[in-house]
Design a protein around this ligand. Structure first.
Ligand code: S3P
Length: 436
């Protein structure tokens, strides 16, 4: 289904927003709950297409999962060795997290399985996962160019010592999950920080994951015991509303229950460094993850050079950070952005094209972006292509707050993968995001 939005300029955003559950944590809750012994109760689960794809994949492997709605899910765990061969290829839609983490789970099963996805996912690089899994004994066939379909011939695996060539939590998590099924110990060394939800949640399920400096170690054969998983609000979804409140001319937003895991939430640090007025309230812990409420007020932002060390811990927030940069006085420059080229779209190219169509002075390099922003009206009106990328669509919808005329954003249906209620919540705080 093709869906375009018409987003009109307004002066103010006001109110309280509770963003839906964290996508990364929701995927992991289904996966670990399915592999555990006993019944796992999940609350705050993200009812987005990506996480539902993970749920359906485990249901297709015989796991009884009851989806009550309103973020509540009950998983009757099958145990470490309880998955059954799926009758058909597992279609995970747009979800890279489902495909890469499932590759890790499936590599060591006593059956074969095939993973497929939508047109965007079928173009994304999978060798980063299949090659290290092969070092553990896995047999996974990709296309000639290293993309899905992934044909996984389940085999006994053995542990290994491996240094991650990219700061990727999807890769790290795939190897940790494969390590559960491997004989011996799997040691994974990170060269940069990436989100640590898998390690945290594995420990919550009673699995020992040892950390020694930058190296994680997981022993194969450990059983998981069911537990309660409380999923915090997704900071990556909150980021659109944080920027909306910063670039609006008037008003303020209170964002409740936002996940503030330090390996995820660098967007807040970056926006504060740009002069953003973001107050962190009631910092607390929920379900093993740091959480807080954020009060955000309109601010005149200024350009900065974004520290490369923060890139992997704000990796999904660059599209909306570029919108903030276009509203900031002076130059914002970000480097080491190569991973943006292999997300749901080529996010450097898609953002550069959209920003230019709206009159923004910007240049994307091979792995960099430079934006010269301005105070006041930062964007002309116009039409931009999201290329079916949910985060691009929501970013340009937010940009309308500082546009001279409406912005039409094309191809927005995939917003349902990560944030199905975006349009309703945006309208609830005063933004105009209508169907075109
Ligand atoms: C994710 C990791 C990131 C991120 C993605 C979700 C995860 O991908 O972009 O949206 O849940 O582990 P990479 O690990 O490929 O950087």
């Amino acid at each position: 289904m093709r869906l375009d939005w018409q987003c009109a300029p307004v002066d103010a955003v006001r109110g309280t927003v509770r963003v839906p559950g964290d996508k990364s944590i929701s995927h992991r809750a289904i996966m670990l709950g399915a592999l555990a012994e006993g019944t796992t109760e999940v609350s705050g689960f993200l009812e987005g297409e990506d996480c539902l794809a993970t749920m359906r994949a485990f249901q297709a492997m015989g796991v009884e999962i009851v989806h009550h709605g309103a973020g509540r899910v009950t998983i009757h765990g099958a145990g470490l060795h309880g998955l059954r061969a799926p009758a058909a290829p597992l279609d995970v839609g747009n979800s890279g997290t489902s495909m890469r983490l499932l590759a890790g789970v499936l590599a060591g099963q006593p059956f074969d399985a095939v993973l497929v996805g939508d047109a965007s996912l079928m173009k994304r690089p999978m060798r980063r996962v299949t090659e290290p899994l092969a070092l553990m004994g896995a047999e996974i066939v990709t296309s000639d160019v290293g993309t899905a379909p992934l044909v996984i011939h389940g085999r006994p695996l053995h542990g290994m010592d491996y240094t991650l060539p990219v700061a990727s939590a999807q890769l790290k998590s795939a190897l940790l999950l494969a390590g559960l099924f491997a004989e011996g110990t799997t040691r994974i060394t990170e060269t940069g920080v990436s989100r640590d939800h898998s390690e945290r949640m594995l420990r919550g399920f009673g699995v020992s994951v040892e950390k020694d400096g930058a190296t994680l170690a997981i022993r194969g054969g450990q059983r998981l015991s069911a537990c309660e998983v409380v999923v915090p609000g997704d900071v990556s979804s909150a980021a659109f509303f944080i920027v909306a409140a910063l670039i609006a001319r008037e008003g303020a937003l209170l964002l409740e229950n936002v996940g503030m895991n330090p390996t995820r939430a660098a967007v807040v640090e970056i926006l504060r460094a740009m002069g953003g007025d973001i107050e962190i309230l009631h910092a607390r812990e929920a379900g093993g993850e740091p959480v807080a409420d954020l009060r955000v007020r309109p601010s005149q932002l200024h350009g900065i050079a974004i520290d490369e060390a923060l890139v992997p811990i704000a990796i999904d927030e660059f599209p909306i950070l570029f919108i903030a940069a276009a509203c900031a006085e002076g130059e914002t420059r970000a480097t080491a952005l190569h991973e943006l080229r292999v997300k749901e779209s080529d996010r450097l190219a898609t953002m550069e094209a959209g920003l230019r169509a709206l009159g923004v002075d910007c240049v994307a390099g091979a792995d960099s972006m430079t934006i010269r922003g301005k105070a006041g009206t930062a964007f002309t009106g116009g039409t931009v292509e999201s290329h079916g990328d949910h985060r691009i669509a929501m970013s340009f919808a937010t940009a309308a707050l500082r546009a001279a005329a409406p912005i039409v954003v094309r191809d927005c249906a995939n917003v349902a993968t990560s944030f199905p209620s975006f349009q309703a919540l945006a309208q609830g705080v005063g933004m105009v995001v209508g169907d075109a």
